[in-house]
Ligand binder design. Structure first.
Ligand code: MN
Length: 208
C-alpha cells in the first residue's frame, strides 16, 4: 500500500480462496475488491483537491481529521478508518489449522481469562454485542492488560491508548453471503482461521 495519497488497495497476503470453507472465495473477493476498494477510492476522492493532506499516512489522516475542513472531515475519517480497519482485519486471517493462540499471548490469555475456551466465549459475546456495523477487538490497554473493545462503523482505536492485538469485522458484508444474518456462525468459523502468529507479533510489539 502507498504510504500516502493516492492510496492503492494492497493485495491480500493470501489467495481469495485460502480461507475456505470458513470464508468463501466470493466473500473474500467482495470484501477486498468491493468494500475495501470503495473505502480507498472514496478516500482518494476526498483528498484530491487537498494537496496539503496528500502526504499523510492513513494513521496520520485519522489522527488529524479533526483539524481538517468540515467538507472532507467525515469522509476522511470514515474512509481512512475503513481502509485501516480492513487492512488490520485481513492481516489476521490464516488458514493453517491452528485453532488457538501460542506463546506469550496464550500464556497471558490463560492467566487473565482462565482458559482459552473461556476467552473465546467472552470474545464471541463481545462480537455479538456490536449493535449494527462495527468491530470487536482484543487490545492491550494502558495498564498492559488484555481487554475487549467494540467500535461502531469504521471508527478506529488510534485515538485511544489501546494497542490492538486482534479484530473481527462484524459488518454483515463480512458474512451475509454465507451466513445470512447469523453472526454467531461467522464468529465460530472465523475462530478457525485466526492468524495467531500475527496476533502474537502484535502482542509482543504492544508489550515492547
Ligand atoms: Mn468489512
Amino acid at each position: 500500500m502507498n504510504e500516502h495519497y493516492p492510496f492503492v488497495n494492497p493485495p491480500l497476503p493470501y489467495r481469495c480462496n485460502s480461507m475456505e470453507p470458513y470464508i468463501s472465495k466470493e466473500t473474500m473477493e467482495l470484501h477486498h475488491n468491493g468494500y475495501l476498494q470503495t473505502y480507498i477510492d472514496s478516500l482518494n476522492e476526498a483528498l484530491a483537491d487537498y494537496p496539503e493532506y496528500q502526504n499523510l499516512s492513513l494513521e496520520q489522516l485519522i489522527r488529524y481529521a479533526d483539524c481538517m475542513p468540515a467538507q472532507i472531515r467525515t469522509a476522511v475519517l470514515h474512509n481512512a478508518g475503513g481502509a485501516y480497519n480492513h487492512i488490520f482485519y485481513f492481516s489476521l486471517l490464516e488458514n493453517n489449522g491452528q485453532k488457538a493462540a501460542t506463546g506469550t499471548l496464550m500464556d497471558t490469555i490463560e492467566w487473565q481469562f482462565g482458559s482459552f475456551q473461556n476467552f473465546q466465549e467472552l470474545f464471541t459475546g463481545v462480537a455479538l454485542s456490536v449493535f449494527g456495523s462495527g468491530y470487536a477487538w482484543l487490545v492491550l490497554d494502558d495498564k498492559n492488560k488484555l481487554a475487549f473493545r467494540t467500535t461502531d462503523n469504521q471508527e478506529t482505536l488510534l485515538l485511544s491508548r489501546d494497542r490492538p492485538i486482534l479484530s473481527i469485522d462484524v459488518w454483515e458484508h463480512a458474512y451475509y453471503l454465507q451466513c445470512h444474518n447469523i453472526r454467531e456462525k461467522y464468529i465460530k468459523d472465523w475462530f478457525c482461521i485466526v492468524n495467531w502468529e500475527q496476533a502474537e507479533k502484535n502482542f509482543c510489539e504492544a508489550n515492547a
